[in-house]
Design a protein around this ligand. Structure first.
Ligand code: GAL
Length: 349
């Protein structure tokens, strides 16, 4: 495995370093200390052409100014918390909100805005970047000093492993994710609608006002949310269901069934032959399809098109702290949080 590093600028008054891990099969992963963000995933297509298969901003300043969440580590809590409010052990906590009255993706100074420390570990079979940060007691309104490690490992088997570890000194909430957007075509001007998705999930969470879950978990059978057999993402863009109409595609949590040995999700693009298999120990995956075009920033001189990429955000269900039956995202001082998601890249002729 090869590892290189470069200082790419400054954020929060600190140098930002980007590391590139390259495996013997020509796959390379670049990630930077700003937001513990993956900024490039280069892989060959079926003709041997190597391209970037994730959404990437042109510069560090673009990430800082526009906060697109592309490839970033999201936390403390991914998704929305209704009214930025929750009760824990009899105390009501008011978070700092950043999307109307709700909190999104950890608040205005979420983990994606930290400049993390980083250490490299490399062997013949794999290389890892271990990012660490401390989120101070009270940051974005959350209790407890939270100490977080996110490790990105690239293996000789063409896997990108994302592992999380966290501890706190007061009871708090923790439900992180990675907000990478895949576009396996290697061309971000080609929408992902012809990508095939297969998902080991039979239930999705209904969205209500302000894209918050209503609390209802609906069967996907007979709806455009059923990807137990592979199908193209175009079905979501057709907006034939009130829930896809609501957000112009998917922006939904899917509950994962976790059958032994089976990938939780497979995303593939026939034209390039590229695919990614996802394995996670998390309850759900939030799938967002970049449902709107964006013209407040450009990438390589062009506005970002609608459906430019698709996220596979593994996590516990959003707003779990305020919904019955959505799982427990509290982290207590005597506990160690740990989670793992693996994305395995493949090429078919
Ligand atoms: C997703 C979220 C979307 C949108 C996006 C960021 O995780 O579900 O509604 O906020 O992040 O642009």
């Amino acid at each position: 495995m090869k590892v290189s590093e470069a200082i790419i600028g400054q954020a929060n008054g600190t140098d930002v370093v980007a590391y590139t891990l390259t495996n013997p099969n020509g796959i390379s992963l670049t990630a930077m200390t700003y937001g513990a963000t993956i900024t490039e995933l280069m892989m060959p297509d079926k003709n041997g052409k190597t391209e970037n298969v994730i959404l990437t901003m042109d510069s560090l300043d673009d990430y800082v100014t526009h906060r697109p969440y592309y490839g970033a580590t999201i936390g403390r809590v991914a998704g929305r918390i209704a009214k930025g409010s929750f009760d824990l052990d009899g105390t009501t906590h008011q978070l700092v909100v950043n999307e109307g009255v709700n909190q999104l993706h950890g608040g205005p100074a979420g983990l994606d805005t930290h400049v993390w420390d980083a250490e490299i570990e490399a062997s013949a079979d794999e290389a890892s970047i271990h990012f660490t940060t401390i989120d101070a007691d009270g940051a974005n309104g959350y209790p407890g000093n939270l100490s977080v490690t996110v490790s990105y490992t690239l293996t000789a088997e063409n896997e990108w492993k994302v592992t999380y570890r966290a501890t706190t000194d007061k009871a708090t909430l923790f439900n992180p994710t990675n907000h990478v957007y895949f576009n396996l075509s290697g061309d971000i001007n080609r929408p992902i609608l012809q990508h095939n998705l297969q998902l080991n999930s039979a239930v999705f969470a209904e969205l209500g006002d302000e894209n918050l879950p209503t609390g209802a978990l609906l069967p996907s059978e007979g709806t455009p949310f059923d990807f137990r057999s592979a199908g193209t993402l175009a079905v979501a863009a057709e907006q034939s269901h009130p829930q896809t109409q609501k957000v112009a595609g998917f922006d939904h949590p899917f509950l994962l069934q976790h059958d032994d040995g089976k990938p939780d999700a497979i995303l593939s693009d026939v034209e390039s032959g590229r695919s990614v298999k996802m394995y996670t120990d998390q309850d759900c995956v939030v799938i967002f399809m970049h449902n709107g075009s964006v013209d407040k920033y450009t990438i390589s001189g062009s506005p970002v098109i609608q459906y430019a990429g698709i996220t596979l955000e593994t996590q516990a269900l959003p707003d779990a702290i305020n919904q019955e039956g959505f799982g427990d995202i509290t982290l207590r001082p005597d506990e160690v949080y740990s989670a793992e998601t693996i994305y395995k890249f493949e090429v078919q002729d």
